[in-house]
Design a protein around this ligand. Structure first.
Ligand code: ADP
Length: 885
């Protein structure tokens, strides 16, 4: 089938597809068209990775919009939203407006009403529905990308409920669900009342095999000799072999055997470097060079693997490539001033990269682009990369097929679905004759096991995870608050339409869990129940609109109310005058109930414990020696009796939001328990609520993890350098960004809840601003100016420019010096602050002398970021930081 033959597809679109080289639809695409995807029919397309699912979505969306409708494309990860938007923007030339919505949750995204195609995550769509976005009713076509993720315990329920709501709101809605090949696509199709298109077809052959000894055995019985030097590692040998091109020996002889164990299966943590014996010359023609993707099970392993593979890749590079890679490495360093950024740059300079969720989004796209351009030859990645980013590769090496799983209590084999998605990245259409996906075995038993487990195996069926309590808690409140259900009966009727309901065979379970959740919501005053009626309270509506887990809201409300009623005492304790919270038990009659159904303060132990000293002056963030951000001598987070203490303190508020289920807390590593127990007692008067007893193991541990997370946030808000923070807490820059963004969102929610409940909101607003900008109090005004990040704000402040007014009046050469001679930046900033004549033209060169690039790179990672880091034209784009999915 040709593009012109697709019914109801605008002619111009078909012509454009042809120009792009799409002359013939791939068979699964043709099958979707035959099933009616361009005529408004709902379709579930369950086809392998890289077989052109995006085009199926485009055919559906463009023809639907051409009929006067509006389309929504739901992505599983925020990182993918902007990628998809860019991809769809080529249709703007034909009159299809594209918008992306990834910003703050609480908004109705009214501006999106004018767009024809909207890209958003399921969380965002859910929130738009809760906020009553009017245009939701106008949707005619919704695409769910990677719909098999309804199986994901964390994010699946939102996707599932969101699709249910959209279908309830728009009964005629076309649903196009794109899925990897799964075991029960028919069940998904039945749930969505859709036609099923199921196929194993791939645009390029995929050969799957297992490397063991000195050869890879493929599924068709053939073998490829890939010898491993004594003491060498199979991964390195496979990467080297792919780069060397097609000169390897391919045989269909019986299996080669070896009794030597491969040494790098799942344990490449060591430091020993592999040195290749490759005879390749530096000028090797790259036309038949094959790139490799290596999948490993942790970020640390990804970095270690990329470092090792540098020496394998480097000998295959041409002089020209080395030059271009050096430029790319410089660009990577410019993204942020962290150790991760440095390590990545060092690896990329030699053509080997790593990719994981701890990287900044700019890092990720630089690496992905360079890999697609065949400049970077090898990426060592955690499986995040397999989830949707289009990075085809000649060879895929699944090095680790097990991952640590706490609930499982050890190393757990990955799902077949996940391994198949990784393997599906093998083969670049038009470049490779076929793709190769290889697993690694230490011995012949493992080789046989891997064939059984992954190569011959079918992917698992997807199963709904909606019945889990946190998911139901959130979605039941939202369903009631946004008017989808006014009675228990209506609520159950809505839930009956979910995938969960079609899958569960345990009768009564959904009803039982729903009743438990309703009781919890009523107890916390988020809903009210009449005889047969259900309605949300004012606070309940706010909680739902803020997109909070009700348990998060309960914890925050409890903490804030506790602070209000213990204010005087805590302020005395902070000033070192009175007894601390712990010595004056408040609610001694703690009811003994199921933990999940108690109010947060009821969970706290009334145990009295020793006195603590809340004013020891410990400053978490002032031991950084960096001259980039000299910390001010007074620690503004410490209340002082002289200027009237700020209560609650930033630490107290950070701790409060960090202990909610909506914050992914930092782990306690060995030694942390002692450290944070000490911090806990020292700062106890600042914490909002009673510290649990040390004997309540789980509660106490969570309390300390939250404290560790809060301390990271305090460091950030105290202007500690990002790389010091990553080092101190053993996390990646993406994690810092993630925590900061979540804290910003939760503090914003806390401020709103405080307003609703007539509690004091000022300290919350200040703490939120400090975490948003990553600065101390005195810089809040400057850091709020567009184009000024935390470091620039600090340098301007040090030069005597402390306010917006100062900046409008300041001597231009002083401004330029503080901005390290960056004229364009200086002009833009002066423009943003409303200076009449922002031009830097007449400022002498002398001001440049103090310039240099060193400060600029770091600037971009600051939370307010330069305008270039904040995409124009998207009013909802969050001001800060990268994605971290
Ligand atoms: P999936 O979403 O299934 O993983 P994509 O939609 O990303 O796969 O498609 C993979 C690649 O195939 C893209 O580069 C796309 O441009 C290309 N492609 C899709 N359909 C066709 C076609 N009919 N002919 C040629 N190339 C195609």
């Amino acid at each position: 089938m040709q593009p012109e033959e697709v019914p109801e597809l605008p002619k111009a679109v078909a012509a454009h597809l042809r120009e792009e080289g799409i002359e013939e639809l791939y068979p699964p695409q043709a099958a979707a068209v035959e099933a009616g995807v361009s005529r408004g029919q709902s379709v579930v397309a369950s086809v392998p990775t890289a077989s052109g699912k995006t085009l199926v979505a485009e055919l559906a969306m463009l023809s639907s919009v051409a009929r006067g409708g509006k389309a929504l494309y739901i992505v599983p990860l925020r990182a993918l939203a902007s990628e998809k938007k860019t991809e769809f923007e080529r249709w703007e030339a034909y009159g299809f407006d594209v918008g992306v919505s990834t910003g703050n949750y609480e908004s109705d995204g009214e501006w999106l009403a004018s767009r024809d195609i909207i890209v958003a995550t399921s969380e965002k769509v859910d929130s738009l529905v809760r906020n009553g976005a009017a245009w939701i009713d106008e949707l005619s076509c919704v695409v769910a990308d990677e719909v098999h993720l309804v199986d994901d315990a964390h994010r699946g329920p939102t996707l599932e409920v969101t699709l249910g709501k959209l279908r309830t709101l728009n009964p005629g809605l076309q649903v196009v669900a794109l899925s990897a090949t799964v075991g029960n696509a028919d069940v998904v199709a039945e749930w969505l009342d859709a036609e099923l298109v199921e196929s194993d077809w791939r645009p390029i052959d995929l050969r799957m095999g297992v490397h063991y000894g000195n050869a890879v055995t493929f599924d068709d019985g053939s073998q490829r000799e890939v010898p491993v030097e004594s003491g060498g590692r199979p991964t390195a040998a496979l990467v080297d072999d792919a780069l060397a091109g097609d000169s390897g020996t391919q045989t269909d002889l019986s299996e080669a055997d070896s009794d030597r164990d491969a040494d790098d299966v799942g344990d490449e943590d060591g430091d020993s470097a592999f040195t290749t014996e490759s005879g390749s010359t530096t000028d090797s023609d790259d036309s038949d060079q094959g790139s490799s993707l290596v999948f490993v099970n942790s970020r640390r392993n990804a970095e270690a693997s990329a470092k090792r593979l540098r020496d394998v890749v480097a000998p295959h590079l041409t002089d020209d490539e080395r030059g271009r890679l050096a430029e790319l490495a410089a660009e990577i360093r410019d993204v942020s001033d962290t150790e991760t950024s440095d390590t990545l740059a060092n690896c990329v300079a030699k053509g080997s990269a790593f990719h994981h969720a701890g990287l900044a989004s700019e890092h990720r796209s630089l690496v992905e682009d360079a890999f697609r351009d065949r400049l970077v030859k090898c990426i060592s990645a955690t499986p995040t990369l397999a989830a949707g980013v289009n990075t085809p590769s000649r060879r895929v090496i699944v090095r680790d097929w097990r991952r640590y799983d706490g609930e499982f209590g050890g190393m757990k084999p990955l799902d077949v679905l996940e391994v198949h998605q990784m393997m599906g990245r093998a083969g670049r259409p038009g470049l490779d004759p076929y793709g190769e996906a290889v697993l690694l075995a230490k011995n012949s038993e493992t080789r046989d096991e891997l064939f059984e487990r992954y190569i011959w195996a079918d992917p698992e069926p997807v199963r709904s995870k909606l019945a889990a309590e946190p998911a139901l808690r959130t979605h039941v409140l939202a369903t009631v608050a946004s008017g989808f259900a006014h009675t228990r009966g209506e609520l159950l009727e809505f839930l009956e339409r979910t995938l969960y309901a079609t899958q569960t065979d345990e009768s009564g379970r959904l009803e039982r869990v729903t009743d438990d959740v309703l009781a919890y919501l009523e107890r916390n005053e988020f809903i009210e129940r009449g005889d047969d009626s259900l309605s949300a309270t004012g606070v309940g509506h706010t909680v739902s609109r803020l997109y909070l887990d009700p348990m998060t809201a309960a914890e925050i409300i409890d903490g804030l109310e506790w602070a209000e009623s213990n204010r005087a005492e805590m302020i005395r304790a902070l000033a070192g005058e009175g007894p601390t919270a712990a010595s004056t038990p408040k609610s001694a009659d703690t009811p003994t109930m199921d933990a999940g159904f108690q109010r947060a303060s009821e969970l706290a132990s009334p145990d009295a414990r020793g006195e603590s000293n809340g004013t020891d002056g410990e400053s978490n963030g002032t031991d950084g020696e960096s001259d980039e951000s000299p910390p001010p001598s007074d620690d503004r987070t410490e209340p002082s009796p002289d200027d009237g203490p700020t209560y609650p303190t930033a630490l107290g508020l950070f701790h409060l939001v960090s202990r909610t289920p909506d914050m992914y807390q930092l782990y306690l590593k060995s030694g942390d328990r002692e450290t944070y127990t000490e911090v806990c007692y020292e700062r106890e008067a600042e914490l909002l609520g009673r510290t649990p007893s040390e004997y309540e193991d789980v509660r106490f541990e969570e309390w300390l993890s939250a404290l560790k997370t809060a301390r990271l946030l305090v460091d950030w808000a105290d202007e500690v350098d990002e790389d010091r923070i990553t080092e101190r807490y053993g996390v990646g820059p993406g994690d810092v960004r993630g925590k900061v963004e979540t804290a910003e969102w939760l503090l914003n929610a806390a401020e709103r809840l405080a307003g609703e409940l007539d509690l004091s909101a000022v300290p919350i607003r200040e703490a939120k601003k400090r975490v948003e900008y990553g600065v101390r109090d005195e810089l809040l005004e400057l850091a709020g100016i567009r184009g000024i990040g935390r470091k620039r704000a600090r340098r301007l402040f040090e030069s005597g420019i402390e306010t917006r007014a100062d900046l409008r009046e300041a001597d231009k050469s002083t401004v330029l010096r503080a901005l390290r001679g960056r004229r364009k930046t200086a002009e833009r900033i002066l423009e943003n602050v409303g200076r009449r004549d922002p031009s830097m033209e007449e400022v002498t060169k002398a001001a440049d002398a103090a310039g240099g690039d060193s400060g600029e790179s770091a600037e971009r990672s600051g939370s307010t970021a330069t305008s270039s880091a904040r995409p124009e034209g998207d009013p909802e784009e969050q001001a800060s930081l990268g994605d971290f999915g």
